[in-house]
Design a protein around this ligand. Structure first.
Ligand code: FCB
Length: 472
């Protein structure tokens, strides 16, 4: 049982975060905005996917979501009440460049300009993600991320948005979780665009990274003061035993999940063992000379999203049927096993120690820039109680244990600069629709009423004290 809380000495001094630590929450455009047909927005792959029967639980779509497009002022007030110094949100590419190429749609851009102004008026720093999975549908129609041209389109879009907002926005993230875009979207097929082509997924991963690198170079060249980053979803991957076969299984999953992204971004080269592992699927001919240098362009920060740990074993008998789609490439002989820990409503094991493990791993294994936890949080089956409140004690405990874990990582030398909780609001949780609630603020989807949960009040104490209070 790994409980970081138990290992943290309960002294007041040890519970404080460094001065100037960034506290905030994170959201993503398609998950909260709604207004999918307004002010010239074009369709994204998530509009198409969610409107395809059977793809999203209960047939939910992002058509209305949290109606944040119209209620952003109220939502910024909530951020202020939470004491957030930072707010991470994403720009919907199809809202500002509906065809994925060409001139900006001014009415779409206006929305983000108004949002940024409103944040700044409340003293909240915008932390902008340029791509959180809502690719303009016309670019998918042209082949999507498996096509090299999509990387160039992304860099061009990034430049256009940056030019318009860079005087007020200092922190920029190119991509959110390229592993999900590539492998859930193009191999597992459980995310948009729902393709199940392992070779295309490998190409997509490369072109996402290339698009990131091209964008970093362009943004850096136009404004040396912008702080540039990317956000990865990282997991510790452990073998279930110390057998050689299980160690190999862990190496392979860690390779696809973590090192396939960390190595090119932070060490300027692909991990050879991972490319060898997937050689039966693709020969990697899409990687051209010079790409590694572009992808490895220096960063000012790395965003880490952390949710759980993976524990794996090699089990040739339990392998997936070869024809069954999977987000794991050439890994049908690897099984994921429970550690027996309590789970969130996503079925993800709660393992606060894992956050310490990923943060220290990145710091130890790489010449890493400063780190931010750009997402961490949990879905639970929240209900509005008779008193009209949401008593989400489980979420408070979850955050408490993970904040303590982050503190231990800092104490052990990790340069962690901030923590953005996923999420501000309950929202459209991708293939799970509205059935999974991650918010500090509860959304009544009938009325769009925002109800701060107990965790919101607790988090406001954390942000104001810059310290982790005891759970009471
Ligand atoms: C991450 C995504 C985010 C949200 C959380 C729960 O993978 O970046 O949009 O869905 O998981």
């Amino acid at each position: 049982m790994t409980d970081s809380t138990a290992q943290t000495p309960p002294t007041g001094a040890a519970l404080r975060f460094p001065d100037g630590f960034a506290w905030g929450t994170a959201t993503a455009s398609y998950q909260i905005e709604g207004a999918v047909d307004e002010d010239g927005r074009g369709p994204s792959i998530w509009d198409t996917f969610s409107h395809t029967p059977g793809k999203v639980l209960a047939g939910d779509t992002g058509d209305v979501a949290d109606d944040h497009y119209h209620r952003y002022r109220e939502d910024v007030e909530l951020l202020a009440e939470l004491g957030c110094t930072h707010y991470r949100f994403s720009v919907a590419w199809p809202r500002v460049q509906p065809d994925g190429r060409g001139a900006l749609n001014e009415r779409g851009l206006d929305f983000y300009q108004r949002l940024v102004e409103t944040l700044l008026e409340r003293g909240i720093q915008p932390y902008v993600t340029l791509y959180h999975w809502d690719l303009p549908q016309p670019l998918e129609d042209a082949g999507g991320w498996p096509e090299r041209d999509t990387a160039a389109r992304f860099a061009e879009y990034a430049q256009l948005v940056h030019q318009r907002l860079r005087d007020r926005v200092r922190r920029w993230t190119t991509l959110n979780e390229p592993w999900c875009s590539a492998f859930l979207g193009y191999a597992g097929g459980v995310h948009a665009p729902g393709r199940t082509e392992p070779a295309a997924a490998m190409r997509a991963a490369h072109h996402l990274l290339l698009g990131h690198g091209l964008a970093v170079q362009a943004l850096r060249a136009s404004d040396a003061t912008s702080r540039l980053s990317i956000t990865l979803n990282l997991y510790p991957v452990d073998p279930v035993s110390d057998s050689h076969a299980d160690a190999e299984a862990a190496r392979r999953i860690d390779g696809q999940m973590n090192r396939l992204f960390l190595d090119p971004l932070l060490a300027g080269r692909y991990p050879g063992d991972v490319l060898d592992d997937v050689a039966e699927v693709t020969d990697g001919a899409y990687i051209r000379d010079g790409d590694a240098t572009i992808i490895g362009s220096p960063l000012d920060a790395l965003g880490v999203n952390y949710y759980t740990r993976h524990t794996v074993r090699a089990d040739p008998d339990a392998g997936r049927i070869a024809s069954e789609p999977s987000e794991w490439i050439a890994a049908g002989d690897i099984e994921f096993v429970d550690q027996g820990l309590p789970k969130t409503a996503m079925g993800w094991e709660i393992d606060a120690q894992g956050l310490y493990d990923v943060l220290t791993r990145v710091s130890r294994d790489y010449d890493a820039p400063p780190l931010y936890v750009t997402e961490n949080g949990a879905a639970f089956d929240d209900v509005v109680a008779g008193d009209g409140q949401v008593h989400d004690t489980d979420r408070v405990r979850y955050l408490h244990s993970h904040f303590r874990s982050a503190l231990r990582a800092i104490a052990d030398g990790v340069d962690l600069r901030g923590y953005l909780v996923w999420s501000l609001l309950d929202n459209f949780e991708w293939a799970f629709g509205y059935s999974r609630r991650f918010g500090l603020i509860y959304i009544d989807y009938e009325t769009q009423a925002r109800i701060p949960k107990d965790s919101a009040r607790w988090y406001a104490r954390v942000t104001r004290q810059n310290a982790v209070p005891d759970v009471d």
